[in-house]
Write a new protein. Structure first.
Length: 476
């Protein structure tokens, strides 16, 4: 299929899914100031209802959205929700189209905190900010793949750049305009960074400036847009409070400092940005095409596997694609075979016919389920337990456990994938592997494996609906 037809098919599928579901990383991209979510009321020690923490968010891939399963998500949403729980305070969310609109609401006393990825630049006397460095992001210039990739603003031609509305009025943007008077910097009037990134990939917009973490969170879906260079070095994110709200600001700063120091922030950041750069646009394009042409043959069996063993069918399909590209007769140089790439010994243990796709899919789901249930410590939380199980599926449970031991010795958290994945590749070193009975392994491979599966799974979350098993009638 020609490349432009593939892209058209993918966009058509995305549009169809968007009409039926609220896709991952998107709620709605229209401006709203309505209350989006309110947690149950909380009473104080005297029985009186505590006032809610009114948080200003915006619907955005790095801030706040509803995932395909109808659950609220987003980096800032996760953090502000956790903070409200530590304060034993109900949370009330109000959404705004731009950070400036939210800051105006803060000035008017309509919200208590703005958690929209702001920076301290241009802070007014009516605002105070947190100081904890929980997340940073640069600004990057994107260019169409059909255009020359510049290395600086001086090489941009034609001299027109569309700028994300999130940063168009930022003081650093004012400085960029001053230093580059020959370039026309135009605000993205749609207030929609994902649409802007997509427009660059489709060559509708030739150059755009967006925040780097936004691009990283969206690159598997708008894979034609190319990152040219960093326009503005990374700046720290902050939460904003009214100037007289020092007590709650200090509590928020203490919370953010604590989760940053104890490593909990790594788990949150990994959820949204823990994907590899190694998956190329061509890889995603081919995968998206095969979702339409090949996956329908096996969808029912993946869903049966979910119903039987509890492994989410789209995750299992992503594993299978990483293993075999959904080719039932795939055979590796090491002798593993089939759509789930079983070794002969493992296939015998699970009574799997390696070249029967249904048998292989059900066997793979059972194997993953047993790795999670029996092979890994019960205290490991999700989603880390799933990532550990995937690594064990690829390289073996013993090597994963060895890496967890190394992680613990380094005084990091052996139950968190972001920490363990840094130590897995060390097992290739003979002097380190000699400490364990299993010996050395090419343990950089399972790191790439897990992150690739996660990338494909993220795409499937957009393209495919969740499976809801039919209720069985109760027997008399």
């Amino acid at each position: 299929m020609p490349r432009f037809r593939v892209v058209a098919v993918v966009l058509a599928v995305l549009a169809a899914i968007a009409a039926l579901l609220l896709p991952v990383k998107i709620l709605t991209w229209v401006e709203t100031r309505a209350v989006s979510s309110t947690s149950p009321p909380v009473n104080d020690l005297n029985g009186a209802s505590k006032p809610p923490l009114r948080a200003a968010l915006m619907v955005h891939p790095t801030i706040y959205y509803t995932d395909p399963n109808g659950e609220l998500a987003g980096l800032e949403y996760d953090l502000i929700s956790a903070f409200a729980k530590t304060q034993n305070t109900p949370l009330e969310i109000k959404t705004f189209a731009t950070p400036d609109a939210a800051r105006l609401a803060l000035l008017r006393g309509e919200v208590d905190v703005v958690a929209m990825g702001n920076t301290v630049d241009g802070l007014s006397t009516t605002e105070i900010a947190t100081k904890a460095r929980y997340q940073e992001s640069a600004w990057v210039l994107l260019n169409s793949p059909q255009k020359f990739t510049p290395k600086s603003l001086a090489e941009v031609f034609p001299k027109r750049v569309v700028v994300s509305s999130r940063i168009y009025t930022h003081p650093r943007m004012t400085e960029l305009r001053r230093k580059n008077p020959t370039i026309s910097f135009v605000e993205d009037t749609k207030n929609d960074d994902e649409s802007l990134i997509s427009a660059v990939g489709d060559d509708e917009v030739q150059y755009a400036i967006v925040e780097e973490d936004t691009f990283n969170a969206s690159r598997h879906f708008h894979y034609d847009a190319q990152r040219a260079f960093v326009v503005q070095p990374a700046m720290s994110r902050v939460w904003l409070f009214a100037h007289d709200a020092t007590a709650v600001r200090d509590s928020a700063n203490a919370f953010l400092t604590r989760i940053t120091r104890d490593g909990q922030i790594a788990r949150v950041l990994d959820r949204y940005f823990g994907f590899p750069q190694k998956i190329s646009p061509v890889d995603i394009e081919v995968f998206s095409e095969r979702v339409n042409t090949v996956l329908p043959r096996y969808r029912t069996w993946f869903q049966q596997a979910q119903e039987t063993y509890g492994i989410e069918w789209r995750l299992l399909a992503a594993v299978s694609y990483q293993e075999s590209h959904w080719e039932t007769d795939a055979t590796s140089e090491t002798g593993v075979r089939g759509i789930m790439q079983f070794t002969e010994d493992t296939a015998r243990r699970y009574n799997v016919d390696r070249l029967d796709p249904r048998s292989s899919i059900l066997g793979g789901a059972r194997y993953l389920m047993e790795l999670k249930r029996n092979g890994l410590a019960a205290r490991i939380q999700e989603p880390d337990k799933t990532w550990f199980a995937l690594a064990a599926y690829n390289i073996g449970l013993a090597h994963v456990e060895n890496a967890r031991i190394l992680t613990q010795r380094a005084r990091k958290n052996p139950d968190m994938w972001p920490d363990v994945r840094r130590h897995l590749p060390l097992l290739i070193k003979p002097e380190i592997a000699a400490q364990f009975k299993t010996g050395p392994c090419r343990c950089g491979m399972p790191v790439d494996y897990v992150e690739s599966v996660r990338a494909y799974y993220d795409v499937l979350l957009r393209l495919e609906a969740p499976y809801q098993p039919k209720l069985r009638a109760a027997s008399n």
